[in-house]
Design a protein. Structure first.
Lengths: 125, 182
């Protein structure tokens, strides 16, 4: 497969960081700066049945990324996520509860190179 | 405040079909407009990612238009419609931001080629873009209709369409958010 501009890095991000309150940590901006993709987690206010369906889909997509060696991290907390990921058969990724956008960019930028990126690089070469 | 339901790949280009990602992760030209206008973001699942995987081939509508893929899209549409219903009940304005040219996420332009199949070797420039909705968008429309919820205004990311113009894309997104036809 030809390389494109993807980063092979995906952050599962709590809603409060995707839709931050004024002055809050904007994880979408941080991800854009650090070159990460974002999978949004359902808002805490959603009814349990609604959140459960959404988390099921998040976990299925995360499993596909994990199986292909993409780096996954969790930004923030979301009840039910660990269970959904476990049911999809993937271990809980590393997590950050970011205190600032700067801290989040540093965390994302400091991650090791994903296995998928190394494999894509060797396929190119 | 309005709520924009955005195609998965607007926030995560890693979900794109191989050779399809145009940036590392977040497609900022659309996110920037939503932030400037104060719209809430709701990311929809990628219909193709969990169904056909990261190593899927580029495909047109006819290749995805199977009973199994429609069941998959209907399941996703139920989850998305749950959230649209919650937002609509609160009187919030809702806009759907799809991906023009996509077999599943196109909102006014999808891709079609009834002859495509078999060993994947087709020449560049094969005309495949046609007016219409992608399969997930059709299933979402069906689900919202069954619940008596009006279909949101739509606009699409146009980066895969020949002649893509970022300024025109921005104007279209702004127009959709404002509810005033451009």
């Amino acid at each position: 497969m030809k390389r494109d501009d993807r980063s092979f890095r995906v952050a599962l991000v709590a809603d409060k960081y995707v839709n931050p309150p004024p002055g809050g940590v904007d994880a979408v901006a941080a991800a854009a700066q650090a070159g990460w993709g974002v999978i949004q987690l359902p808002a805490d206010e959603y009814p349990a049945a609604v959140a459960r369906r959404l988390l099921f889909e998040v976990a299925e997509q995360a499993e596909e990324f994990a199986r292909h060696g993409y780096d996954l991290v969790i930004v923030g907390r979301r009840g039910g996520l660990a269970r959904a990921l476990a049911r999809a058969g993937i271990a809980l990724p590393d997590r950050i509860i970011p205190e600032s956008s700067v801290a989040l960019v540093e965390f994302l930028s400091g991650r090791p190179s994903p296995e998928a990126l190394r494999m894509a690089g060797s396929a190119d070469g | 405040m309005g709520v924009a339901f955005v195609a998965h790949c607007v926030l995560n280009q890693n979900s794109k079909v191989g050779d399809g990602a145009i940036c590392a992760g977040v497609y900022s030209p659309i996110v920037d407009v939503l932030r400037e206008k104060g719209w809430r973001i709701e990311q929809m699942p990628c219909p193709e990612l969990a169904f056909a995987g990261l190593n899927r081939f580029w495909a047109v509508r006819e290749q995805y238009d199977t009973a199994a893929f429609r069941r998959h899209c209907a399941r996703l549409a139920t989850a998305v419609a749950d959230v649209i219903a919650l937002r609509a009940e609160r009187g919030e304005d809702v806009v759907l931001i799809g991906v023009e040219g996509s077999p599943s996420m196109g909102v006014t332009i999808t891709s079609s080629d009834p002859r495509r199949g078999g060993r994947p070797e087709w020449p560049d420039g094969t005309p495949e873009h046609v007016s219409g909705e992608g399969i997930f968008v059709e299933e979402l429309r069906r689900e919202l209709t069954s619940r008596g919820i009006g279909f949101p205004r739509v606009v699409g990311q146009t980066s895969a369409i020949p002649g893509h113009d970022e300024a025109a894309q921005r104007a279209a997104v702004e127009s959709a958010l404002s509810g005033i036809d451009g």
